[in-house]
Design a protein around this ligand. Structure first.
Ligand code: URA
Length: 241
């Protein structure tokens, strides 16, 4: 069991029982007990994993971090808030929003598929740091006949519109035709990278969906716009990357 000693008002605010001030007021009213004893001093420190905290008759099930897998739909942006656009956070219920999760990396507004959200900064950093070279696999529909030559070009790296030479990527052609279907695995995350890689070989991505990040794949049972918590195993697998 983790050892963690925190101020009681901080614990309760983190768990979504209100601001630190709201919580202080509730404590002054005698609504909070720790191990059966009413605590009115909000500065008291407790171990939320070991001690039983009850607020207004409800036991607090403390957790520090949340890890969510969202099947992002097109039409919302990978941000926590925006004045004009719908954000992915608007798809998340208050039960999780109280933990202030944020998207790990970005998908374009019109891209669908796997987006992770967490409030664990180290976890997010591990996945997005360029040094880690975490593979990300996308499914795309591409206007134009994708060929073995394109696979070779992507393997060597292609030059994007700003002169950047991409790192080796693995392109698998599922179906080649006027609109081709492909899967592409890249280990970096430049702005609009997949779309710009196809532009570099004179083709256009008309649909894009992320299938996996490292060894975590999008849960097929998640409908567009729905999400679930990552399993312990998925969190462990990501931590190993
Ligand atoms: N590459 C893109 O072009 N867009 C995305 O959303 C993700 C990768």
């Amino acid at each position: 069991m983790k050892k963690k000693i925190l101020r009681l008002d901080k614990i309760l605010a983190h768990m979504g029982y209100g601001t630190r001030n709201d919580v202080k007021k509730m404590m002054r009213k005698g609504l909070v007990t720790v191990d059966g004893e009413v605590i009115k001093d909000s500065a008291v420190k407790v171990d939320p994993y070991e001690q039983i905290i009850i607020i207004s008759g409800e036991q607090v099930k403390y957790r520090e971090f949340v890890y969510l897998m969202l099947n992002k739909p097109a039409g919302c942006i990978s941000a926590t808030e925006d004045e004009y656009e719908e954000t992915v956070l608007e798809l998340i219920d208050d039960e999780y929003r109280v933990f202030s999760p944020f998207p790990v990396g970005r998908l374009d507004k019109d891209t669908e598929g796997l987006l992770l959200l967490t409030n664990d900064g180290d976890f997010a950093h591990n996945l997005t740091s360029p040094k880690r070279k975490v593979p990300k696999t996308y499914y795309a529909q591409v206007r134009g006949q994708v060929s073995e030559d394109d696979c070779e070009s992507f393997k060597k790296g292609v030059i994007l519109d700003d002169g950047y030479l991409t790192k080796p990527a693995v392109l698998i052609i599922n179906n080649s035709g006027p609109v081709s279907e492909i899967e592409l695995t890249i280990t970096e995350g430049k702005f609009h990278q997949v779309k710009r890689m196809f532009q570099a070989v004179d083709k256009e991505v008309i649909y894009l969906k992320r299938l996996s990040i490292g060894n975590v794949s999008l849960d097929e049972d998640l409908e567009l716009g729905s999400y679930r918590e990552l399993t312990e195993e998925e969190i462990r697998n990501i931590a190993k990357l």
